[in-house]
Design a protein around this ligand. Sequence first.
Ligand SMILES: [Zn+2]
Length: 165
Amino acid sequence: MNNFSRIHNLRVKFDRLLNKRSFDSYKMDKKFSEPAYCPSCHAVYLNGRWQWKDKPQDAKTIICSACHRKKDNYPAGTLLIKGSFPGDHIEQIINTIHNEEHRESSDHPMNKIINESYEENSITVDTTDIHLPVRIGKALKKSFGGKLKINYAENENRVQVNWIK
Ligand SMILES: [Zn+2]
C-alpha cells in the first residue's frame, strides 16, 4: 500500500468514526439513567422524556441531544423562506417563526431553532428536529398563503421545508 492510499484509508475510517459518534450522541436519549439534567438548556429528563421542570436533586448532568446538535451546528430540519412577500412583512414572519418555536418547545424541549439567517432574498431557519420547520411552514401558509413544500430524507431523520410567497 502506498502512502497516499494509506492516508486515504485512515481518512475514511476517521470520517466513519466521526459520523458514528455524532449519530450516537444525538440518539443517546434512551441510553442514560434518569433523572438527568442538561446544564446548557436546563431541560430535565424524567419518565422517559425531556421536560421543563425544576432540576431534581439527584439528577445527573448530561448535555441533551438538541444542545449537541446546536453545538455541532448539525440541524435535523431546515426551513427556507423565499419570495417578495417575506421581505415586505418581515416582522410578521419573524413573529410567526418565534411563536411557533415557543409553542413547540414548551411541550417538546428537544425541538428548537439552531440558527436563523436573514439574507436579502431569503430566510433560513435550522432546527434540532424534523417537526418544528413543518410546524412553522404550515403556520406561514395558514396565515399568509403561498406555496409549501415538505421533503423528508435519510429515512425521515431529516426534513427540508420550503415556503415561497
Ligand atoms: Zn440541552
